[in-house]
Design a protein around this ligand. Structure first.
Ligand code: UVW
Length: 317
């Protein structure tokens, strides 16, 4: 069996954007999304149709999560039954209300990853010491991303449709060249600073298969190559959005590592990842009218020191 390289070995000569936006940067390639880029996105609003891209938290059919994480648990604190109790609070006028809370992994539903979410070699994004994550992310948490917000031209790359499938298969891979071919087949082109939104429809299998979905778990997705990483850097891609749990093929078939693009794109280039989106309604609309570009806007929840946080992104066509 060939030995799996460490990330340090695999990415020894890989490019980084560390220092490009100063020694204190925490939002990386989102810096590319200037006011002009927001207006470039706005120019793709033609119909006034709004698509929300978040999956329902607490879906009765289940919540897809990375192995080891648990779906959110929502608990009712107060409901009409509570107000019958002898010790129920009383409010003048007979006011009753419902209250509930959720116990949720911040990475357990549609979410933005903080740039400090993943690392190797003891350093996170921009070269910060990985010890700054201990007890909560002091650097490159999701909070600065949430504070800033994300808006720009989004382009849907419907890889499932491009490959003539309902959904991509377990461990199916594609490259940046496939993304460009997909865009071309859709009658469009990936431009510099585009927010890439990739549809695989892989999570359809989660809802069909239940627990069996996790047997030999390997999502489909982009696969690592030095050329792909250089392409992301040259195209100055700010944000990669997908409908899978981890945005890339889980186990790289070439080198055997897990999630090398998290390291090469997020940790090294500062590309923000957005995961577990529901792209079905948007994709159906794009297939119908042939318009695959739109204003993409998202503001993850502001959670201090967090490694990620839930979001309900919008695509406005
Ligand atoms: C991991 O980083 C393990 O998962 P994700 O980016 O999907 O949250």
């Amino acid at each position: 069996m060939t030995e799996v390289p460490t990330m340090d070995e695999l990415l020894k000569d890989a490019p980084t954007n560390w220092g490009k936006w100063g020694p204190d940067d925490e939002i990386g390639a989102l810096n590319y999304l200037t006011a002009e880029e927001v207006l470039r996105g706005v120019r793709h609003i033609r119909q006034g149709s709004v698509f929300t891209l978040q999956r329902l938290i607490g879906d009765p059919k289940g919540d897809p999560v990375w192995p080891g994480r648990k779906p959110a648990v929502r608990t009712m604190i107060l409901d009409e039954a509570s107000w019958d109790a002898d010790d129920a609070p009383q409010f003048p006028g007979g006011l009753h209300y419902a209250d509930d809370k959720i116990d949720a992994f911040l990475q357990g539903s549609t979410q933005y990853d903080a740039l400090g979410h993943v690392w190797y070699g003891g350093q996170i994004w921009n070269g910060y010491d990985a010890r700054t994550t201990v007890g909560g992310l002091d650097r490159a948490s999701v909070a600065p991303i949430a504070e800033r917000g994300v808006a720009g031209r989004g382009i849907l790359l419907d890889m499932a449709r491009f490959r003539g499938k309902d959904n991509l298969d377990k461990a199916e891979t594609f490259t940046h060249e496939d993304l460009m071919a997909c865009a071309k087949a859709q009658g469009t082109e990936i431009e510099k600073h585009d927010i890439l939104i990739i549809r695989t429809n892989f999570l359809k299998l989660f809802f069909e298969q239940g627990d069996a979905f996790y047997e030999g778990f390997c999502e489909p997705g982009l696969t690592y190559s030095p050329e792909l990483v250089s392409w992301f850097q040259e195209m100055e891609i700010p944000n990669l959005v997908t409908d899978t749990i981890a945005n890339e093929v889980t186990m790289d078939p070439e080198n055997g590592t897990a999630l090398p693009l998290h390291c090469a794109l997020m940790r090294n280039l500062g590309v923000t990842l957005t995961e577990i989106c529901d792209l079905e309604r948007l994709a159906a609309d794009c297939a119908e009218d042939g318009q695959y570009t739109f204003l993409y806007a998202a503001a993850p929840l502001k959670v201090n020191q967090a490694s990620g946080s839930p979001v309900n992104p919008l695509a406005i066509k």
